[in-house]
Design a protein around this ligand. Structure first.
Ligand code: ATP
Length: 352
């Protein structure tokens, strides 16, 4: 049995005919770190708030551990669900020291135990030496670790985090992704994190749940989701890709497209004449002129620092978007030149 189970959970707000969350089914195992990922308004926060008990579903059932926390309008209050919450703005009390902020969630514990537990979790997040400071005397990353310590202090079954990295600058964000994952693993806590940032989601999660318009599009590990996105939306949301439509050949292994014939990986494909392909830019490898299976004219080059992005136009395909492929940074490539390339079939995927 799964640790957290959402069964056909829907949420209608009174001001809209469209559900904010639509018949969501999701199983989460104990100790897993799961991310709800999707564009603004897709229903991530509403899902998180229904699990926390701050929002009531219109339909469906939610279980956490061995407790049914919501079913048929019977709802367990948030404080009885064994949940620790980390809010986007951390919501620390400015007038309390770090230690007192952490102790705040332990008001039912004995005073001696509260203090010991606060020190224990501050040690876990690496801030035991900061116990007597106030939140304003800490950096953004440190404040976030305090918020996580406070959420973990009562030993919750699950920690919920809403956009935990959005207030941090790029450098700190990378460090905090690592720190937060480490702390959650050490605490052996199940966690559900909401983000609209694919990099955050991929860096911290065991599995990612991509949502659109209140509906789950795919649940998969970051690697699987990147390599085998289920549909065009997921393929584009989790990274750059080229979407091509083509005709599936009778051997079921090749697809004829406007840029040429593309070889499929060992993927089971439904028998249908027209298929859509997602081809990742790094799946295209530039080779010596005239030796590749595909060639096109370079329309634009942008430098990312780690590689160059080449936007390639094909004569046969001039009305479509250019195809984007990556080239090593040291390769001299001129706009207007013709490049020859091959496509690695393991970065090609048939999508819905
Ligand atoms: P964001 O990343 O912008 O926070 P989200 O994916 O978390 O977006 P939600 O906040 O869950 O999305 O919102 C889903 C939909 O429900 C949106 O259309 C939103 O306008 C609507 N919604 C959310 N809360 C309410 C509310 N209290 N009353 C009415 N509509 C709401």
């Amino acid at each position: 049995m799964s640790f957290i189970h959402l069964e056909q959970v829907s949420k209608f707000f009174s001001n809209s005919l469209q559900p904010a969350v639509d018949a969501l089914d999701l199983k989460i195992e104990q100790g897993e770190i799961i991310t709800l990922l999707g564009p603004s308004g897709c229903g991530k926060t509403t899902t998180l708030r229904m699990i926390a008990g701050f929002e009531q579903p219109s339909m469906g059932k939610i279980s956490i551990g061995d407790q049914v926390v919501y079913d048929d309008h019977r709802s367990l209050p948030p404080e009885k669900r064994g949940i620790g919450m980390v809010f986007q703005d951390y919501a620390l009390f400015p007038h309390l020291t770090i230690e007192k902020n952490v102790m705040f969630g332990l008001n039912k514990w004995k005073t001696k135990d509260r203090k010991l537990r606060a020190i224990e979790v501050l040690e876990l997040v690496g801030l035991a030496d900061y116990a007597s400071r106030y939140p304003s005397e800490l950096s953004g990353g440190q404040q976030q670790r305090v918020a996580l310590a406070r959420a973990l202090a009562p030993r919750p079954h699950v920690v919920l985090m809403d956009e935990p990295f959005s207030n941090l600058d790029a450098g700190l964000r990378e460090k905090m992704r690592f720190d937060v994952t480490n702390i959650l693993r050490k605490a052996n806590t199940t966690a559900i994190i909401v983000t609209h940032d694919q990099k955050d989601a991929f860096a911290v999660s065991d599995r990612v749940v991509v949502m659109k318009d209140g509906v789950i599009q795919q649940v998969a590990s970051p690697r699987e989701m990147y390599r085998c996105p289920k549909n065009c939306f997921v393929a584009q949301f989790v990274g750059k890709t080229n979407l091509l439509t083509g005709k599936l050949e009778k051997d079921m292994k090749h697809v004829t497209t406007t840029i040429g014939t593309v070889c499929l990986p060992n993927q089971t494909t439904e028998i249908c004449e027209t298929v859509k392909l997602s081809i990742r830019p790094e799946g295209c490898e530039i080779v010596a002129e005239g030796t590749g299976n595909y060639c096109g004219k370079v329309e634009r080059v942008t430098y990312s620092g780690e590689y160059q992005e080449l936007y390639i136009n094909f004569q046969s395909n001039s009305s479509s978007d250019p195809m984007v492929i990556y080239a090593p940074i040291d390769q001299e490539i001129e706009i207007g030149s013709v490049v020859s390339f091959n496509i690695k079939s393991d970065l090609v995927c048939v999508v819905e």
